[in-house]
Write a protein of this length. Structure first.
Length: 127
């Protein structure tokens, strides 16, 4: 099976020992995206909505670099430092995805890199 690394300047550079995404055949595994601005590398400022949108925008940029879009997402994982923000994730997610929605997990965590309140990762099917 062929394997390739996906990278785009339209999403934040990796801040550790990982790739933005890895494509294996028709499957793309996108690394967790916190709400970093890809131009400045800084965490976006504002309310939780801004963080959620930036995380989705970062996923979308990587999906595009892989030759797909968020419509190709089959699995989405959302990590939140406060599960009280989960209703906002649902509302905002509905503006990025259409039915049928991907499979999804939401996990409450104690902390995320750089003090982010949300992180998202996904798996795409490009077949």
């Amino acid at each position: 099976m062929s394997r390739s690394i996906i990278h785009t300047d339209n999403a934040p550079k990796a801040i550790g020992t990982y790739s933005q995404a890895v494509r294996c055949g028709n499957t793309v595994y996108v690394s967790g995206q916190i709400p970093l601005d890809p131009v400045t590398g800084a965490l976006v400022s504002g309310d939780i909505d801004a963080e959620i949108r930036r995380s989705f925008d970062n996923l979308a940029a990587i999906a595009a670099a892989a030759g797909g879009s968020l419509a190709n997402v089959v699995k989405l994982s959302v990590f939140l430092t406060d599960l009280a923000h989960f209703p906002r994730v649902n509302e905002i997610m509905a503006t990025y995805f259409q039915q049928p929605y991907p499979a999804r997990a939401a996990v409450g965590v104690a902390a995320l890199p750089r003090g982010a309140r949300v992180e998202m990762e996904c798996v795409l099917d490009l077949s």
